[in-house]
Design a protein around this ligand. Structure first.
Ligand code: UD1
Length: 429
């Protein structure tokens, strides 16, 4: 890989030391979306021509994706936020465990490679801290399109005499399954329909990229997506949408710690459920030219939420939201409807003085007036982000361990927060 830009350097045992209780003020620039950039970078496997992707965030999951593309045969050149993906040699059709185990989204190579070469072998991703995370919906989709699948020595092996454009109905609007099937369909002649598709903004962005390289995708962002595929796709240039989860995390951080911050590049129409909940809690959020502004207003009112597929409340902002609600003036519930085990941060928040009872997929929070600093640990990307939100609002010093989880999804979060006035240091444990 050629790197002409800054690549975030992190060490496995880094921790953050955060001295909380300081108001946040100023402007933060929102990066390109990790969850949009990942499938778009992987979709470059659909063509031998050169694709240039701009506004790509500098994150650990993104560098893992570069390694995956290179392993499969692409040449990747990174210049700042611009990434050029070119032909190097005929692509391999096997994604190895050493990369898949670092990033579950590697399974997305299945769709493009299966459609182009008629076979693919990807190590099974396995579960993770937030749940089992099966891939049955991806596989059912490919089977509907005429592939056979089997598991062999920890790998899923897919083969086909040639995929067929079909109607695929998802029993649940899985983001990954929708993306995988869209990519397979883009390189399959004929019209594929995906019913009950995921409606996340990242799906719409992938649809626009696929249209840019020669497929015709309509309805992405809605429940029914139509993809007219083409046997040969071409190169293109594409700009990644802003990261709505990074935006949501900073909104929760400012609301919890107090302050007045502009988020440059943020897209409010991607975050309607969160913004509605934050306004109910009392935060003042407005659309400003080129972004959003948040002004905090003291202790939040209790607001209960349940996570849902888009346009519902995003599961990826559930942990930052819980940290914010830990300070509410009453009782609020958080119900997690997407992942079966996504409350690992609750136990850490208890160490900071929060009052939270978890029962199955529901957490009941009795707001406390103050949180206090403690030594705590991140268990996944978003749980880690939730702990940072709590630490910024707490009195005293918090040490957040296992920062490598947070580095997977937040670009230089400590620099951004320091510019807003937070006291946060990266230290080696
Ligand atoms: C994507 C996001 C992740 C976000 C999630 C839900 C990326 C890289 N990651 O993950 O940040 O939290 O959407 O918004 O974009 N499921 C099945 N069978 C399948 C596929 C999924 O049962 O074949 C289940 C999962 O276990 C989970 C739920 O469906 O409980 C949602 O998963 P899915 O929408 O597929 O999420 P990801 O694409 O993995």
């Amino acid at each position: 890989m050629v790197e002409n830009g800054r690549i975030q350097k992190a060490f496995p045992m880094d921790a953050f030391l955060i001295q909380g209780g300081r108001r946040l003020k100023g402007t933060a620039v929102i990066n390109g979306s990790k969850n949009a950039a990942l499938p778009i970078l992987i979709a470059t496997l659909l063509t031998d021509e050169t694709c240039t992707i701009t506004n790509v965030p500098d994150l650990r999951d993104i560098s893992t994706t570069y390694r995956l593309l290179e392993e499969l045969g692409k040449k990747v050149t990174v210049t700042g936020k611009t990434v050029k993906v070119e032909y190097r040699r005929k692509l391999k059709t096997k994604a190895p465990y050493k990369i898949v185990k670092q990033m579950r989204a590697s399974i997305l190579v299945a769709g493009p490679l299966l459609a182009r070469f008629g076979n693919v072998r990807v190590s099974l991703p396995g579960g993770c801290a937030i749940g089992m995370r099966p891939i049955d919906l991806h596989l059912k989709g490919f089977e509907t399109m005429g592939a056979q699948s089997r598991t062999e020595q920890g790998d899923v092996v897919l083969a086909t005499e040639g995929l067929l454009a079909k109607r695929v109905r998802l029993t649940f609007p899985s983001v990954g399954a929708t993306e995988n099937i869209m990519m397979a369909a883009a390189a399959t002649s004929g019209t594929t329909i995906i019913d009950n598709a995921a409606r996340e903004p990242e799906i719409e962005d992938l649809g626009n990229f696929l249209t840019g390289i020669g497929a015709v995708v309509t309805g992405a962002g809605g429940k029914r997506i139509k993809i007219i595929g083409a046997a040969k796709l071409h190169g293109s240039r594409h700009r990644v949408i802003p990261d709505r989860i990074e935006t949501g995390t900073y909104l929760c951080a400012v609301a919890a710690a107090g302050g007045d911050v502009k988020l440059k590049g943020a897209e409010p129409k991607h975050l309607e459920a969160l913004v509605a909940a934050m306004k109910k809690a009392g935060a003042k959020i407005s659309k400003i030219p080129g972004g959003m502004r948040i002004v905090s207003s003291g202790r939040p009112k209790p607001v209960s939420i349940l996570t849902k597929p888009h346009p519902g409340f995003p599961t990826d902002v559930q942990a930052p939201w819980m940290a914010y609600m830990a300070l509410c003036s009453g009782k609020a519930r958080v119900r997690e409807e997407i992942f079966e085990n996504r409350f690992m941060h609750a136990a850490e928040l208890l160490r900071m003085g929060a009052s939270i009872v978890v029962d199955g997929n529901t957490a009941t929070i009795r707001g406390v007036p103050d949180l206090s600093g403690a030594e705590i640990m991140a268990s996944d990307i978003r749980a880690g982000a939730g702990l940072i939100v709590a630490a910024l609002a707490a009195h005293g010093t918090t040490k957040v361990g296992r920062v490598y989880h947070i580095d997977r999804g937040y670009e230089r979060i400590e620099y951004v927060l320091r510019r807003l006035g937070a006291k946060i240091l990266r230290v080696k444990e």
